[in-house]
Design a protein around this ligand. Structure first.
Ligand code: ADP
Length: 481
């Protein structure tokens, strides 16, 4: 069993009162480890450390920072297996997905190790011969990251890697459900030679208190958050008091449009990849499938056959493709959504129940589900289900499908399947989303800009765009007179 303290100023320390909290496995409710339970005081100590470390780190040659980030990548790959196993135990996702996440998470270090060397400024022609206009890009300063449990490693590295590459320092507050992977990552960064104070870890069960301490501190110049829209709005309001820069990656309600010309098998493969990854617990997972009426029944049959083949179980077991949901609350939400859909007339094609019985005791398992003929009035089409439930909604006209797809406060990811090029271009341009997958249910990658519009968030993570969030622009005007 793992027991971790807080990682502050390059050392591991206990929380002030020596308090710990338990981290459990959602597949069986067994304890996986314990984590230090910090409050405001330890959070301020972490900010102190990040503040002290900033001048040295930001003034290092970019190449020097790049070498350290590259080493973090190497160490993550070396320890991929241990990290993935720990992640599966505390989060529940199948081991193969956890291994995939460690690779994806490490890729951000690789990418930003390279990007650190390409932070270019500008010189702008001035209006007079004896003036010069220089534009510098400088790190914003001390930053803070608050991250969720669904990607315990990648949601941290997607923030830490560009921040460190830009020359910022950071305090990380991971989700209370998955702090062990975060602590493991800190060990790796320590081994890779990230200097003391450059990255710090604060964990605890009182997210509001830790959040408050980070938000009210004037020295923290930027908050970057991935999580619910509700908490995102709260942080945005609080950030206003000290005018912090803010990046938000919030909830989504991804539509997947399947047109009548689609190859149904291939379209089903992409829908399944998008829907059932992480048991449906990602903010880019498909929430609603709009399928042309002519192919609706056939598509439902193909999906049902594939879904029934999915192996549900404890993530460390081989062959398992769907793990447990994160907790009982998540399970109850899925049950509520399915009950509501049934009540309002949707048909359960397959699944539709929680999985019970002796061997499943203590686990939060829900059968992968396909619902047919869902409507806009149903919760599944309004709220993020965050579970393995696939609602199918028929349409006739392209315009109707696009209008339905856009009729939501969210705007993170959307998908479509068609072989008609003109339609693919037309529809991807009309969808009010930050990410569009054309015949592609898995668009996330380190070098592309990830983020949403509307109430799905602000800012982009990944690629050359992600580092912008950690840079200020300074204009230097030089007179030669
Ligand atoms: P989810 O519903 O997926 O758990 P949350 O938005 O509640 O999403 O959680 C995402 C992250 O935000 C977690 O690290 C959580 O601890 C943190 N969090 C939750 N509430 C607050 C808050 N009031 N202030 C700061 N952070 C918070």
């Amino acid at each position: 069993m793992k027991q971790y303290g807080l990682y502050i100023d390059g050392v591991w320390k206990n929380a002030d009162q020596g308090a710990f909290f338990d981290v459990t496995n959602p597949a069986n409710n067994e304890m996986v480890g314990q984590m230090a339970d910090a409050g405001a005081k330890e959070t301020r100590q972490a900010v102190d450390a990040a503040y002290r470390a900033f001048p040295d780190w930001s003034q290092k040659a970019a190449k020097e920072r790049a070498v350290i980030l590259e080493r973090v990548y190497d160490k993550m790959i070396e320890q991929k297996e241990q990290m993935a196993r720990l992640m599966t135990m505390e989060q529940g996702k199948p081991l193969a997905e956890a291994q995939g996440e460690v690779q994806y998470a490490a890729d951000f270090f690789k990418w930003y190790a390279e990007e650190a060397k390409r932070i270019y400024g500008d010189t702008v022609p001035s209006s007079s011969p004896d003036k010069r206009i220089w534009v510098l890009r400088q790190p914003v300063g001390v930053t803070a990251a608050i991250t969720p449990w669904n990607f315990p490693a990648a949601m941290i590295t997607r923030k830490v890697a560009p921040a460190l590459a830009a020359g910022c320092t950071m305090v990380v507050k991971p989700a209370e459900q998955t702090p062990l992977t975060a602590a493991f990552l800190m060990e790796i960064m320590d081994q890779a030679g990230v200097p003391a104070g450059v990255v710090n870890l604060v964990t605890g069960t009182h997210a509001d208190i830790i959040g408050e301490a980070l938000l009210e501190d004037k020295r923290v110049r930027k908050i970057t958050f991935t999580g619910s829209t509700e908490v995102g709005k709260l942080l945005m309001r609080k950030a206003a008091d000290t005018v912090k820069r803010i990046s938000l990656e919030l909830g989504g309600h991804a539509p997947f449009l399947v047109f009548e010309d689609a190859d149904l098998k291939q379209a089903a493969r992409e829908v399944l990849a998008s829907k059932f990854r992480n048991a449906g617990q990602t903010c880019v997972c498909t929430n609603r499938v709009y399928v042309h009426h002519r192919i609706k029944e056939a598509f439902a049959d193909i999906l049902a056959q594939e879904v029934e083949r999915l192996q549900v179980g404890e993530g460390l077991q081989e062959q398992v493709q769907i793990g447990p949901l994160i907790d009982e609350k998540a399970l109850t939400k899925v049950e509520r959504h399915v009950a509501d859909a049934k009540e309002k007339g949707a048909k359960v094609v397959t699944g539709g129940t929680r999985i019970t019985g002796k061997e499943w005791d203590g686990g939060c398992f829900y059968a992968p589900t396909v619902l047919l003929d869902t409507t806009q009035e149903m919760l599944v089409e309004q709220e993020e289900t965050f579970g393995p439930v696939l609602p199918l909604h028929g349409f006739t006209e392209e315009e109707e499908a696009v209008t339905l797809a856009n009729d939501t406060p969210y705007g993170l990811a959307a998908y479509l399947y068609t072989h008609d090029l003109a339609r693919a271009i037309r529809v991807s341009e009309a969808l009010e989303y930050g990410i569009v997958g054309v015949n592609d249910g898995m668009p996330s990658t380190a070098q592309a800009p990830f983020g949403g519009v509307k109430e799905s968030g602000l800012g982009r993570e990944g690629g050359k765009y992600g580092i912008e969030e950690y840079l200020e622009t300074k204009y230097v005007s030089v007179s030669l007179k």
